[in-house]
Every structure is written in structure tokens, then in C-alpha cells.
Write a protein that binds this ligand. Structure first.
Ligand code: SF4
Ligand code: SF4
Length: 340
């Protein structure tokens, strides 16, 4: 059968979730096959009886109505590849862009390290290669001629910050507002924000970062010049976003805030921080204690007026004045209800 390659470089024609692999593997072998897949990839494929994924090259209007396909509709690499009309990222002038590099999780080396043994060729071909997207893309790229590579169509970042007309009731709010504007005007550390995939990544990062700043401001405990927040409070107020899955991901958000004079550190409270599937716990197992806390400080020049105290006043007042929509107002820096 001809190889079918997804926009991001996965091999749909060999993917355990696909319609294609269901045609290759007999029903009686499915359970054993699924167990092996889980061993190497960490997830068990959807049951054999399910019709199977039709692949990401299928246009949105032809995708079956199953909720499974929501992930495909939201996939930023797929959106970017569709928009730029490239077969897959190997054909793009920006390859390997920050987006493709960031999703390079299923290499022979990484899986070998995870399971603690060397991966032989047969195992690699059968259970890993289909998701070793970067290796697959590099192989395709090396076979392309220059005239087959196409630069992506660039886009501009939109701003949804609403300009304030008037003075704040509390004059201390101005400096915090200006700091928040600085953060909102930045690229939040995204490289390639002028491409569809970069911009989608920026929007996701923005949603998460603003949710955290909101939670820090509204629920953080302020002691002297420091703000402390625990993982249970973060977890309970996080929706609709998810908490970072590991320390590395938290660091990404801390690094963005550091650029603006806000310094954060994680204090881990358990030696069982991670679940077997590699996600950070928010509670110490069998207790109601937080698995970690975050401690934050600001640059001395942000301390006057006291940054966290004023952030708390802003978020609390927004909640009183704008009710259920308070977070949306905060995220858009729409602080009209705080004006004189
Ligand atoms: S789109 Fe993803 S889940 Fe679907 S067949 Fe391709 S690699 Fe598998
Ligand atoms: S910009 Fe990145 S994600 Fe978009 S098509 Fe190019 S390589 Fe793929």
C-alpha cells in the first residue's frame, strides 16, 4: 500500500489509530498488538471495532462526525499545512520550524530511554516509526529539489487590547496595567508567530498565561513581597486550560514572566510528583496536600506600588464589577469598570 503521510510527518498508513492498520491486523491479534503499542507509545489504540482514523489529509468537510476528529480540526500543524498547501512540513521553507521541533517526541532514542532498553529495528518499524515525525520529514526533505520547497504565507498578529479612555479610580492600577500591556504586546517567546502554526501556538500560550496571572492575582497568598500559590488552588481554578504537564513546561511560562521582571520558582512537596504516564500531580497521593507550590517575586522597581497586592485588588475588583465575564475582561485588558 502507498505510504500516507500526515501534514506533521506521521505515517497515517501505519498508525495504530488508523483505518489502514485495521485492515492489516486481524481482530484476534489486536489485543496483543495494542499492548505493545501502549508499551512504546504510552497510549492504547482505540478498540478494533471502531472504524479507524481516516487521516489528517482528509478535508474538514469530509471528516466523519465522531468527536475523535476534534483533535484533527484543532491541530495547528494541519491548519498550517492546509493553509500553505504543502503535502507536509518537509515541503515548507520554514522546516524545521519551532512548531515541528517542539513535537519531536517519538524518536528511537527517546523511547529507548523511556523504556530503559535498546529499540531494535523490528520494534522501531512496527511501533515507533509511524510517529517519529521529524525523522520521517527529514528523510522526505533530503529527497526534494529546491523548486519543490515553498515558503509559507505569512500572517500578522492581531491585537484585541481595548484602549482605555479615562483615569483609574486607584492611581496605583496604572503601573500594573502598563506592565500587563507590555506582556500582552510581546510574542510570548513564540518563534515564527507570522505563520499559522506559530500564531496558533501563541494564542494557546496566551490563554494559558493569562489564566495563570489571573489565578496568581486572585487567589495567591501575599507574604511581604512574595506571592505563594499552591498546586491545588491552581488546579481547581484552571479551567478551561490545563496545568503544565511537567517542570519543563512550567519553566516556559516562568521564563516569559522573567522578561517582565516577575520571577517564579517551583517548590516540589513530594517525591511522587509524576504519574506513571509522566504528568505532574497536583496533590500528594492519598492526601489533600499540594504536590508543589509556586513562589513569585518581582523586580524592586515593580514593588512600588506593591505589585501582587495591586494585582489582587485589580482582579478582585474586576470580579465584583464584571461578574462571570471578569476573566475575559482581564485577558483583553478591558479595565473600563475600574475607571473613575
Ligand atoms: S491523522 Fe494522526 S491519528 Fe489519524 S491516522 Fe494520521 S497519524 Fe493516525
Ligand atoms: S511553518 Fe512549520 S508547521 Fe507550518 S507548514 Fe511550515 S514547517 Fe509546517
Amino acid at each position: 500500500m502507498e505510504q500516507i503521510i500526515s501534514r506533521c510527518g506521521n505515517l497515517c498508513s501505519e498508525c495504530p489509530w488508523s483505518i489502514y492498520i485495521r485492515k492489516k491486523i486481524a481482530k484476534e491479534d489486536w489485543e496483543d498488538y495494542s499492548k505493545e503499542v501502549k508499551k512504546y507509545l504510552g497510549f492504547k489504540p482505540v478498540k478494533y471495532e471502531w472504524e479507524g482514523c481516516v487521516g489528517c489529509l482528509t478535508p474538514n468537510e469530509e471528516l466523519p462526525k465522531d468527536p475523535f476528529y476534534n483533535f484533527l480540526k484543532k491541530c495547528r500543524t494541519r491548519k498550517c499545512g492546509n493553509y500553505n498547501e504543502v503535502n507536509n512540513c518537509a515541503y515548507c521553507g520554514r522546516f524545521p520550524c519551532a512548531n515541528t521541533v517542539a513535537s519531536n517526541n517519538f524518536t528511537r532514542e527517546k523511547i529507548s530511554e523511556k523504556i530503559g532498553s535498546i529499540i531494535d529495528d523490528e520494534t522501531y518499524e512496527g511501533y515507533i516509526k509511524m510517529f517519529d515525525a521529524m525523522t520521517n520529514l527529514k528523510k522526505i526533505r533530503s529527497s526534494l529539489k529546491d523548486n519543490e520547497i515553498k515558503n509559507p504565507k505569512t500572517i500578522s498578529k492581531k491585537t484585541d487590547i481595548i484602549k482605555l479612555k479615562g483615569e483609574f479610580k486607584n492611581k496605583n492600577y496604572r503601573r500594573i496595567y502598563e506592565k500587563l500591556i507590555e506582556i500582552a504586546n510581546s510574542n510570548l517567546g513564540i518563534i515564527g508567530i507570522d505563520t499559522i502554526s506559530g500564531y496558533e501556538q501563541y494564542l494557546l500560550r496566551k490563554d494559558i498565561l493569562w489564566k495563570f496571572i489571573w489565578i496568581f492575582g486572585l487567589y495567591g497568598n501575599i507574604k511581604d513581597k512574595e506571592l505563594i500559590i499552591d498546586s491545588i488552588t491552581l488546579y481547581e481554578n484552571r479551567k478551561p486550560v490545563s496545568l503544565p504537564k511537567n517542570e519543563e513546561e512550567w519553566k516556559l511560562y516562568f521564563d516569559i514572566l522573567t522578561q517582565f521582571g516577575i520571577f517564579s520558582e517551583l517548590e516540589i512537596k513530594t517525591n511522587k510528583l509524576y504519574t506513571p504516564t509522566g504528568y505532574m500531580r497536583f496533590k500528594v497521593p492519598q492526601t489533600n496536600k499540594p504536590a508543589y507550590i509556586i513562589k513569585m517575586k518581582v523586580n524592586p522597581n515593580l514593588q512600588e506600588p506593591q505589585f501582587f497586592k495591586i494585582l489582587n485588588e485589580i482582579t478582585s475588583e474586576l470580579q465584583i464589577t464584571t461578574g462571570k465575564r471578569a476573566f475575559t475582561y482581564f485577558k483583553n485588558l478591558n479595565f473600563h469598570s475600574l475607571l473613575k
